[in-house]
Design a protein around this ligand. Structure first.
Ligand code: HEM
Length: 228
């Protein structure tokens, strides 16, 4: 082995499928979402949007609406700060670029076809299929929208331009509610899939297999790679 290839091989980084910072942020996010949804339902019950929909006392967080609001603000800080950290991490580590892109129409049709025929395999944990990519990107957009509409509900005067983008106060409430419904729908699918493929759940706890870091800049020249 030449000196340059030995140096290159030595500098290849090994990382976990789900690095520790990602796992910590993922589980903090899960706890924050749990608090936000439970307390949000308590606040909603105080002034419902849909007359037929009240959330049972057993599944809400907070003894009364104001108490629910305190929980909601507590969860909000965790959700927002953790979400910003996740976004910065995902972009700076190039995880988003490598894991969530590109998404091709051909891949979407093939994955949806497989799903409809119950053939969706999840043997390879290192690659997200097209449906997963869309779901993960989609839920991040919903996360941004729920924070924006939440800010407009919380401080409609200070964030008056933002509030005006949504329209009336009732429209902002509706957007905020629909984002919550989208997160709950995502979670039903997401947690079901995690339980159906337990090794994906274990990997999100332990980190999963150790991989060569393909998100790092190439450290080995292509010709040296090919020769190995
Ligand atoms: C108890 C609740 C949850 C469980 C059991 C769970 C489980 C998992 C598992 C097993 C993975 C890895 C998927 C794979 O390798 O195929 C994952 C990834 C992910 N989950 Fe969750 N999750 C939960 C809550 C949430 C919540 C609340 C959100 C957002 C609202 C979320 C968003 C994501 C995202 C965006 C990824 C991809 C992360 C990345 O690779 O950068 N999860 N989750």
């Amino acid at each position: 082995m030449s000196q340059s290839s030995a140096t290159s091989a030595a500098s290849v980084k090994i990382r976990r499928l789900h690095p520790l910072p990602l796992r910590i942020m993922h589980w903090i996010n899960a706890i924050a979402i749990f608090i936000m949804i439970g307390s949000g339902w308590k606040i909603y019950n105080d002034d419902v949007i849909f007359g037929f929909l009240h959330f049972p006392d057993g599944i809400v967080i907070g003894k009364w609406a104001q108490h629910g609001l305190q929980w909601h603000f507590f969860g909000m800080w965790i959700f927002v700060l953790n979400g910003i950290a996740y976004m910065i991490y995902g972009i700076a580590s190039r995880r988003f670029r490598h894991k969530l892109f590109p998404i091709s129409m051909r891949e979407i049709f093939a994955t949806v076809g497989d799903a409809l025929h119950f053939r969706l395999s999840h043997d390879d944990l290192t690659r997200y299929n097209a449906v997963q990519k869309i779901l993960y990107l989609g839920i991040m957009l919903v996360g941004i929208c729920i924070v924006m509409s939440g800010l407009a509900l919380w401080k409609p005067v200070q964030f008056s331009e933002l509030a005006a983008l949504f329209g009336s106060f009732q429209t902002i409430r509706l957007v905020h509610f629909l984002c919550m419904a989208a997160i709950v729908a995502f979670l039903l699918v997401h947690v079901t899939l995690a339980l159906l493929v337990p090794k994906s759940l274990v990997a999100m706890i332990t980190g999963g297999p150790a991989l060569e870091d393909e998100t790092a800049r190439p450290v080995v020249a292509p010709s040296i790679n090919a020769a190995q």
